[in-house]
Structures are given as structure tokens and as C-alpha cells.
Ligand binder design. Structure first.
Ligand code: GDP
Length: 315
């Protein structure tokens, strides 16, 4: 290995070395034994990047929008990281097609790092793995990290909503409203993006989203999600989108929501680790731990709460 030890690896990542960044993210995915040490070393370097979650049904244009955002953000001098999270896929390490296309365009640019991630072996599943991968991007000094989630399942919604700013994409003619409402995706939007604004039905979708925003209750001074129209393919509306992303950050920093959300993110990250650790302990012991007390519970000598207390205090 090109890196002498974990110290060396983290220092290289701090300097933006792409191989070091990639390696650290693989360590997160695989729950490598040296991950703990790496996290400890990275911790003081985190908290700077603006994490922007991008979510929406397949086909709305998440990948295309991500690519357009990278281009525009690079133009204003930002270093941009992209984490594509696909809970349904066992593949990772930049193997997905969208990544390959984007890679070509930004392949030689050290200011861009794109990586897709699966949950493979991580103790706390994707809910812990994704924020840890964000720590790696943060350590490497990226100004903005785009977290693109594939699909609209519960874990994607969770990951997208733990971002500092969450974009919810929809597109005309896809029946998105209903689909998104089902997945609970609308409640998490900080910014609604209507992509494919070159298509028919944009106004109807604008109305639908406006009505939804109007139905929600906002306190005075609350951030009210704006609706931005884009044609990602032609890079139209992207600067307006970035302006709203910046505004959302400024608003959050002023209102305290920024710190608030980061607190929640840290809490869920730790929670996922704790629960993952507990699960792993039982996986190692097998069901024996439960069987041992089961007879006493069956025979009425021990109530189930006392039994569960006994087991919990033993770990
Ligand atoms: P994802 O599945 O959400 O990542 O969607 P993609 O970015 O892969 O886009 C799905 C399809 O929509 C692709 O064929 C894109 O070329 C196309 N697409 C993306 N943005 C636009 C747009 O603004 N207008 C139109 N007409 N097509 C778009």
C-alpha cells in the first residue's frame, strides 16, 4: 500500500489525494478494523462542507442535475464532492454507469471527487456509513458535497434529509407528486426542483407543489421551500438553484437551524452505530443469549422485561 499507516492516509486525504479519499471511503463501506482510528484522526477536520442532498424518483434527472451542479460550482471555484448512495445495489466504488459518464467529464479535475457507495459491511448500515463517508469528504476540504440518493425508499429519505440542504426533484409527466408523497419525501424538501422544464406540464406541477407548500404550516421566520425550474440537460436554471442553496444556508445559519440539523445528524449517526453494535454482538452470540432466558420466561419465573434487562446489562 502506498500509505505507511492510517496517519499517513488521513494526511494524504487532507491534501486532497484522490486515492487516499477513495481508500478511506472503502474502509467505511467495509467496516475496516482501522476505521476507528481513521475516524478519530478525521474528527477535528469535519463540519465545514455544505452537504446538499439530492433526491427524487428514478428518471427525474438527479444524475444530470448533479453533473450540471458540479460544472457550475467548479466555475465559481468550489471544490465539489459527490456521494451517490444506492441502498439497493451491492456495487460500489464508482461502478455505476452515471458515475462513469460524469467521471469522463471531470476525470482530470482534482477539485471534483465522485464516488458511489453501498452499505456492504458497515456496522450501522447506510445510515451510519453515509455520514462517515461525508466525514472523509469534509477532511479532504470539499466545500460542497452532493449526496445523490437513488430511489425513494425510507433509507434514502433518511440520508437525504440529514443533509444541510435537501433538494427534492420532480419532473412533469411522471406522476411524481403522488409517488413522492407516499415516500414521505415532500416533508423533507428545503428546495423543490422541477427539472425537465422544457417539457409540457410544468405549470401544473408548479401549482401542485405550491398548493402543497401552502398547506404546510410555517412559523414566522421559517424557511419556506422555494420552487426552482431547471433544464439540467442544458444547464438552464442551475445558477438560480445554486443561489437558493446559498440562501438556504445563510438562512439556516442565522436561525440556528443549521446547527440544529447537524446535531440531529450526529445523533442519528451515533444511534446507528450503537444499534449496529448491539445487533452485531447478538449476531456473534447467536440466539443462545435469548434461549437461555426463554425457559424462565416460558415458565413464568421471569417476566419479559426483566429478561430483556438481564440481556442488555450483559453486553
Ligand atoms: P436520475 O435517474 O434521476 O438520475 O435521472 P437521469 O439524470 O439519469 O436522467 C434521466 C433521463 O432524463 C436521461 O435520459 C436524461 O438525459 C433526461 N433528462 C435529464 N434532465 C433533463 C431535462 O432537463 N430535460 C429533458 N427533456 N430531459 C432530461
Amino acid at each position: 500500500m502506498a500509505f505507511a499507516d492510517v496517519n499517513d492516509l488521513v494526511s494524504a486525504a487532507e491534501n486532497g489525494n484522490p486515492r487516499a479519499i477513495g481508500r478511506l471511503i472503502s474502509m467505511v463501506e467495509n467496516n475496516a478494523p482501522t476505521l476507528r482510528e481513521a475516524m478519530k484522526l478525521m474528527s477535528p477536520h469535519t463540519g465545514r462542507a455544505h452537504v446538499v442532498g439530492i433526491t427524487g424518483s428514478p428518471g427525474v434527472g438527479k444524475s444530470t442535475s448533479t453533473t450540471a451542479l458540479i460544472t457550475a460550482l467548479r466555475q465559481r471555484g468550489n471544490r465539489v464532492g459527490v456521494l451517490a448512495v444506492d441502498p439497493s445495489s451491492p456495487f460500489s466504488g464508482g461502478a455505476v454507469l452515471g458515475d462513469r459518464i460524469r467521471m469522463q467529464r471531470h476525470a482530470t479535475d482534482r477539485g471534483v471527487f465522485i464516488r458511489s457507495m453501498a452499505s456492504r459491511g458497515h456496522l450501522g448500515g447506510l445510515s451510519a456509513a453515509a455520514p462517515q463517508a461525508l466525514r472523509v469528504f469534509d477532511t479532504a476540504g470539499f466545500d460542497i458535497v452532493l449526496v445523490e440518493t437513488v430511489g425513494v425508499g425510507q433509507s434514502e429519505v433518511e440520508i437525504a434529509s440529514s443533509a444541510d440542504t435537501t433538494l427534492v426533484l420532480s419532473a412533469p409527466g411522471m406522476g411524481d407528486g403522488i409517488q413522492a408523497a407516499k415516500a414521505g419525501i415532500l416533508e423533507i424538501a428545503d428546495i423543490f426542483v422541477i427539472n425537465k422544464a422544457d417539457r409540457d406540464g410544468v405549470q401544473a406541477l408548479v401549482r401542485e407543489l405550491r398548493n402543497m407548500v401552502a398547506l404546510a404550516s410555517y412559523g414566522p421566520g421559517d424557511w419556506k421551500p422555494p420552487i426552482v425550474k431547471t433544464i439540467a440537460q442544458e444547464e438552464v436554471g442551475v445558477d438560480e438553484l445554486i443561489a437558493e442553496i446559498d440562501k438556504h444556508r445563510a438562512h439556516g445559519e442565522k436561525s440556528g437551524e443549521w446547527e440544529n440539523r447537524r446535531l440531529k445528524r450526529a445523533a442519528s449517526e451515533v444511534e446507528a452505530l450503537v444499534l449496529g453494535t448491539v445487533r452485531q454482538k447478538f449476531a456473534v452470540r447467536g440466539r443462545d443469549a435469548f434461549v437461555q432466558v426463554a425457559a424462565a420466561v416460558r415458565d413464568g419465573d421471569l417476566d419479559p422485561y426483566a429478561a430483556s434487562d438481564q440481556i442488555l446489562s450483559s453486553i
